[in-house]
Write a protein that binds this ligand. Sequence first.
Ligand SMILES: *[C@@H]1O[C@H](CO)[C@@H](O)[C@H](O)[C@H]1NC(C)=O
Ligand SMILES: *[C@@H]1O[C@H](CO)[C@@H](O)[C@H](O)[C@H]1NC(C)=O
Ligand SMILES: *[C@@H]1O[C@H](CO)[C@@H](O)[C@H](O)[C@H]1NC(C)=O
Ligand SMILES: *[C@@H]1O[C@H](CO)[C@@H](O)[C@H](O)[C@H]1NC(C)=O
Ligand SMILES: [Cu+2]
Length: 826
Amino acid sequence: MIELKSRRPWVLLSSLLILVGVAAFLVFPLDHEQSPIGYASKHAAPYKAPRQNVWAELTEGEAADVNNFILKEFAHLDLKKHPKSARDNFIFVVETLKPNKTDAASYLYNDGPSPPERWAKAAIAQNLKDGPYMIYYMVGPLPISKDSVILPLEYVFNSGRNYVQNPMKDYTAIQDFALALAENVSDITQELLGATANRQNPSDPHGLLAVPRGSRVDAGGLTLWLQFYRPGMSSGARTLLPQGIYAKVDATSSDVNEWIVSQFYYNGVLYEDAEHFRAAVDGPDFERTPPNLDGPWTDTEDFESHPPGRELPPPVSVQPYGPRYRLDRKERFISWFGFEFYITTAQATGVSLFDIRFNGERVMYELGLQEAMAHYAGDDPMQGGLEFMDTFFGMGKNAFELVPGYDCPAYADYLDAEWHQAYQTHHTPNSICVFEYTADYLLSRHTSQYSVTASRNTFLTVRSVSTVGNYDYTIDYIFYMDGTLEVKVRASGFIFGAFYTANNTKSEDQYGHRIHEALSSSMHDHVINFKADLDVAGPKNDMVRMAIEPFTSTYEWDQPEQPKRNTMHLVEYPVTEEAGIDWPKNSGEFYIVYSSDEKNAWGERKGYRITPGTGMGSTPHLTILNSTTLGDSARWAEHDIWVLKQKDTEPRSADPLNFFAPHDPIIDFTKMADGESLEHTTSDTSYDGDLVLYFNVGAHHVPTSQDVPNTLMHTSASSVMFVPHNFADRDPSRGSVQGVRLQMSGKKSGGFAGEEHEPSGDLRSRQMGRKLEGQDRTKASYFGATYESAIKLPLEAFEPDMAGYSSKEHDVTDLSISYKVGAAGV
Ligand SMILES: *[C@@H]1O[C@H](CO)[C@@H](O)[C@H](O)[C@H]1NC(C)=O
Ligand SMILES: *[C@@H]1O[C@H](CO)[C@@H](O)[C@H](O)[C@H]1NC(C)=O
Ligand SMILES: *[C@@H]1O[C@H](CO)[C@@H](O)[C@H](O)[C@H]1NC(C)=O
Ligand SMILES: *[C@@H]1O[C@H](CO)[C@@H](O)[C@H](O)[C@H]1NC(C)=O
Ligand SMILES: [Cu+2]
């Protein structure tokens, strides 16, 4: 519960510096004769987006204007610029209120003359008679003028409210209370855990933290369970260091002096109060269990091991001629081999993409994260009800600077992010990276009798990493040359473990594995929700389930030998009303969004298929049915994908403040997915056919001893892909890929029949010039550019210079302050 400004990044950094030092001696440029050419060309011709980025986050100037306007207009609220306590009123957050799609559409798609009005969204912390509230307003139009107004922001919240009561009436008081509690039982903690809390230095590595979890959050107040933790010494591993003492606090009263410490829990036994606990500890039959001590086992680096091979740096990817995408940094617009889209950020949700087109045709209006949830289970009072919704802490706010050459290839382009909280603009430099990458496998190949052809799979990635307390989520939006899009999330960082009572009769083995002396791995579900507002070749779309079904048929040509034949066929089931759908058994159905009007050259509806992508198996939904902790705050987690009507009044599936009022959330997803008809073919319906999908990625995470110290990203990955389904007339990647066709020696080319080979065919041909002894030359015909000569690259192409890494210390979220008045991600 103690605010810990982590200094851990410097530990990470020093490890990088050491690797850089080693690599500097080991990397040799490819060729010394060639003069160095511009590495990762930063001098490409300026590129202009076709339109304004109407979703862009407020600039620093806009945010200041909005703040000043609110201060002036809401003078009666006595808003404090530097709030001293939760009893002060203050402007918590200002950010862009995304324009209604209806208003943006005419500008984007019908050559409308002007962009939609720009508005801001403000969250104001306001004290009312019954305590603190967080209240949303809309402020605009921008720029602030005499026409600008402040209105309650209600239309985006289906609760009909624009406010949420803050159950944490006074966070500082909770911190003080927890410290006092810890001090009052310091004799017991010393005896059983070998440590005590340190008021003078709360993050004393040898001390204890008391971390609260709201076991029942209601507008009226809270019941808290506190658990003791060790802070973690060198790697910030506190979530691997839970201790076996828990205390219950009745925090219902708004006056912290009236809070009551009641039960204690240790080694499977519940004690009425501290006195009973103390008496038991002193008694003869007391059952102890070993404490969970920090040590080298939580270290995230091993600087000492030298297995053969570690003395050499690994292969890395280089990009000697610069990127092939075009980037308008101002409008945050990218164009790459037919794909075009805008990027924006928000402190709660991080990166979103808008107006995604492929070869000039509309594919999606919006693609972006909505919420990242982790829901735990366990038989102890902490893990038993633990749940995090990470937009509350801020997936954007916690998207820190990326490590060049490690998070992203050395040649990546970086974008910064900004967010505005409590009258301040925060800059996060280099928090988004964009890069092309060539996979280690081909996009296509074929060997025929006289030739072989191979096309490289080069894709474009937009990446950010959100470190929310213990966990790091790497979020990728990936574009492939055939028009496929992928959303992929990988997790790393520390698991949130449970205390393992070694001498117990408890049921904890039902909830995870023992992974250290006194640590259980604590099973949990990660369910991470995204919105995909598909507009496949326009907004009018239909969703179908195309089933692949076994059946028995009779064919005339089969008679009389085979009266009946067991086979399979396609059966289409239109999705006619809003619904939550799970991935089918045996992958037996394709979920396809078709254009209602547009067809390809073959008369087939243009479509995109949504499917589980690459990673560990299908994407999961929440295992727990009707979660006691979640209430109605995250019902989107209960199915894999959802098909909904697009509505300006339903821009998001969740709101960060759902965390404060799970049983009466400000956005209740069940009211969005409420079974409305998706029919739009008959003339008597007013629905225009614009539908929106929500989908989940994540994992049923049952960590093992190998999640210590950190969860590994290659297996903690899951993705959803959007794959063109008859969208084009043939594979469009043919016009974009780089590859080679090799001609076998002999006169013919192609397949078995072959044609007489024409050396001056219409493919770009180049002689490899390598004579096979006394025989024909082998012909290589390249499509797309090739490397033509040796290149000398600077060291930074292999190992970016980290000496210039000058980030300030990271304000990493401390999950123990999850109820801090300032919800990070409003
Ligand atoms: C968006 O549309 C809603 C519903 O029609 C409307 O109430 C709201 O004012 C619009 N928002 C903006 C910023 O124009
Ligand atoms: C700590 O002990 C003092 C003295 O007995 C008592 O007044 C106070 O309420 C206790 N505080 C907590 C949080 O247990
Ligand atoms: C508790 O278990 C540990 C080993 O897990 C053992 O060394 C210790 O003696 C046990 N203590 C009691 C009181 O049973
Ligand atoms: C979910 O749980 C709540 C509270 O226990 C109950 O009122 C409700 O009927 C349950 N709903 C379903 C669908 O099980
Ligand atoms: Cu996990």
